[in-house]
Design a binder for this molecule. Structure first.
Ligand SMILES: Cc1cc2nc3c(=O)[nH]c(=O)nc-3n(C[C@H](O)[C@H](O)[C@H](O)COP(=O)(O)OP(=O)(O)OC[C@H]3O[C@@H](n4cnc5c(N)ncnc54)[C@H](O)[C@@H]3O)c2cc1C
Length: 273
């Protein structure tokens, strides 16, 4: 099978979503380069406001009209048409389904649609006031998932658990899942470990997660912000009130210890699963 080499410069929402869409063809060998070592670092990460979806009682035509009106004569109708027709469905396919971004919801699970600025309908989705950060975390995680799928690790990974709540809120579940993925990615790529262990447990007060390896270890303080995803782990945990600690020294393996308080999770239904 001939491969097609693709180079994408930039890993903001534009570069990352392009990579995810192009990667559906396995012949494409995709390389992404970024300016900062941490792929999350981009304008996208700092976008605090919301993003356009297809709200209730909304249509592609209404969105097109709003964009053209807001442009006051300078909007390219062709570009506005593409954005109005393809943007909202792509938000659903790429950001929600592929990158696992969970936009704000009401208690009954329906999306919180906002109406802002020149929009005539409720069609703006948020993740609190850090929408861009949530999008970047989801996109980079989805890209790393793909990378992992194509790499067969020759390192045994053992997963153990004891008592954990039967149910957890979706944002906590996603957070724990992504933290494990990020930590395994780091261990497989950098640690030269012979074995990796993942343990999930809980006490009455908190959910605990430990990912440990017997690899080469590293200086955790010096590694912060150097592309190991530690900032995204910290941000993910902060969103659910959690914390983490890294126990590692050069030559002595690494353990990532995570705690999420159960007071904001579900402390009424603890049982072995
Ligand atoms: C504070 C703030 C708030 C915002 N609020 C909103 C909002 O509410 N709603 C909204 O829709 N938009 C908002 N935006 C705008 C939105 O964030 C941007 O339009 C969008 O993120 C641009 O995405 P991008 O992928 O094109 O670029 P970026 O996210 O900037 O990504 C650029 C990528 O290119 C890489 N790069 C740059 N130069 C080089 C180089 N020389 N070599 C290699 N790589 C390079 C960078 O490392 C990065 O990976 C906001 C922006 C900011 C800063």
């Amino acid at each position: 099978m001939d491969t097609i080499e693709v180079l994408i410069i930039g890993c903001g929402i534009a570069g990352a979503t392009t990579a995810l869409r192009l990667a559906r063809n396995p012949r494409r060998q995709i390389t992404i380069i970024t300016r900062a070592p941490d792929p999350h670092e981009s304008n996208t990460r700092y976008a605090q406001g919301g993003i356009i979806g297809r709200g209730p009682e909304d249509t592609s035509e209404l969105l097109f009209e709003d964009i053209v009106a807001a442009g006051a004569g300078v909007t390219s109708p062709e570009a506005a048409r593409i954005l109005a027709d393809e943007g909202p469905p792509l938000l659903n396919k790429v950001l929600e389904q592929t990158a696992g971004v969970v936009f704000d919801q009401h208690d009954d699970g329906t999306p919180v649609w906002g109406q802002e600025a020149a929009h005539s309908r409720r069609r703006i989705l948020h993740v609190g006031d850090a929408t861009g950060r949530a999008i970047m975390i989801g996109l980079v995680a989805a890209l790393r998932d793909l990378q992992r799928e194509l790499t067969q690790p020759d390192v045994p990974i053992t997963f153990t658990y004891d008592e954990v709540p039967k149910t957890l809120p979706p944002d906590v579940t996603l957070c724990v899942f992504r933290v494990v993925q990020e930590a395994l990615h780091n261990a497989l790529k950098y640690s030269h470990a012979r074995a990796i262990r993942v343990h999930l447990g809980s006490s009455a007060k908190e959910l605990t997660l430990t990912i440990s390896d017997d690899g080469v270890g590293f200086d955790a303080n010096a590694a912060m912000g150097k592309g190991l995803g530690l900032i995204s782990i910290a941000e993910r945990l902060e969103a659910v009130g959690g914390t983490f600690q890294i126990r590692s020294q050069p030559g002595a393996g690494t353990a990532l210890e995570v705690r999420v308080p159960l007071s904001i999770v579900n402390n009424t239904d603890i049982a072995a699963v």
